[in-house]
Design a protein around this ligand. Sequence first.
Ligand SMILES: [Zn+2]
Length: 293
Amino acid sequence: MKTIITTFLIVSKLLHAAPLNVVVTLPDLADITRQVGGNQVEIFCIASGREDPHNVPLKPSAITKLARADLFIQLGLGLEHAYAPALVKESRNQKIQQDGPGFLDLSGGVKPLNVPTSLDRKGGDVHPNGNPHYNTDPVYGQMMARGIAAKLAQLRPESAALFKANGDKVVAMLQGRMAGWKTKLAGRNIKFVSYHPDLAYFAARFGLTQVGTIQPKPGIEPGPRDIQALAAAMQQNGVKLIVKESFYSDRIPNQLAGLTGAKVVSIPIMVNGTPAAKDYVSLIDSLANAFAP
Ligand SMILES: [Zn+2]
């Protein structure tokens, strides 16, 4: 009888435990956290996925959500620098401050690409710590799932086995899709330019060649001479594809297409960036389809 009551109490505690309040910066993190945390988490996402991820407009509701959050998750490497540190500070929630138990920056295991030299930094580069867009590489997607599972387990040890199993499921699903993405993209000599260097990790993973970016430096808009130089480089290298992140204007991409004959394809660089990119795996699918229709 005593065992039955104890078991009942444990089950009842698990069933009735209030979900952990989690605030994340990007919809990619919301999707993975939802898959790992299930009904043990309630998620608020700061970015919609349709805006420039470096410059997310502030929602007043974010402060309220952060004030009662058990966990805050960011991609890191400075991507959210323009808004997240100020919001977290403003929330006055000790748990989620940078040294608190409820702060998770997922970039710890990333080997950053495009780390600027001191010379590059003069132009007001928005990536002073290197390229933060590692979410476009599904191998780092696996790392994100593992990191989120470990942190949730730390915050709620009684559900650790569930979080671990759910995290492993996400990892296995992404691993299972790798061969298909590789077959679609690798060895096809795909050359491209993008507006901003947000595909560096995706290109490195799948063997694509990025010939340049419309922005001469991350976050800096081009002048007429930059556009001429990029058009020349595209023609020299036989680049037929301009990918335009959905939130940028198509004015310069179209101008460049006029100069070179390349075609412009709109892409998501995070979940919800386009309607097809409705979750993390379909984000990677959408990117693969943009490069190899
Ligand atoms: Zn960027």
